[in-house]
Design a protein around this ligand. Structure first.
Ligand code: NI
Length: 139
């Protein structure tokens, strides 16, 4: 009776994709407009899915108000209206790709989900960088 429950949140952030070990030409070739020196922004959508057995007292796997608050406190408050390369402590020294971002989000949330629900564990995170491009991570 495992049920998967998801919450969708939103944030805006700026970044650039630029490998300092490469020439400008190679960066432009690999990253195209994402290597733009003066940054660019995205409207990110994050979908966090937890799984568990519904609590017999509530019928809930997780209280979605608490899951929403967890995502906001631990993730979106730290990245919303920020520059991912410069402003976000857990992205320091990393390429600011959506792939690397979702791995850091997982590390932040995985131990905190069981604290808001005794039956729930983190199942997956989906992160949309654009309406057509998204990454998904299962830990
Ligand atoms: Ni980009």
């Amino acid at each position: 009776m495992m049920v998967f429950v998801s919450r969708h949140e939103h944030f805006n952030a700026a970044h650039k994709l630029y490998n300092p070990n490469w020439s400008k030409e190679k960066n432009d070739d690999v990253f195209g407009p994402c290597a733009n020196a003066n940054w660019h922004g995205h409207n990110f959508e994050i979908i966090v899915t937890v799984k568990g057995i519904p609590d017999p007292d509530t019928g809930f796997v997780v209280d979605l108000k608490r899951l929403s608050k967890l995502i906001r406190t631990e993730i979106t408050d730290k990245v919303d209206h920020k520059n991912l390369n410069l402003d976000v402590d857990f992205m320091q020294g990393k390429m600011a790709s959506t792939e690397n971002l979702i791995i850091e989000f997982w590390k932040i949330l995985v131990d905190k989900v069981p604290l808001i629900s005794k039956s729930a564990t983190l199942h997956s995170i989906k992160l949309y960088e654009t309406p057509r491009n998204y990454v998904e991570y299962f830990g």
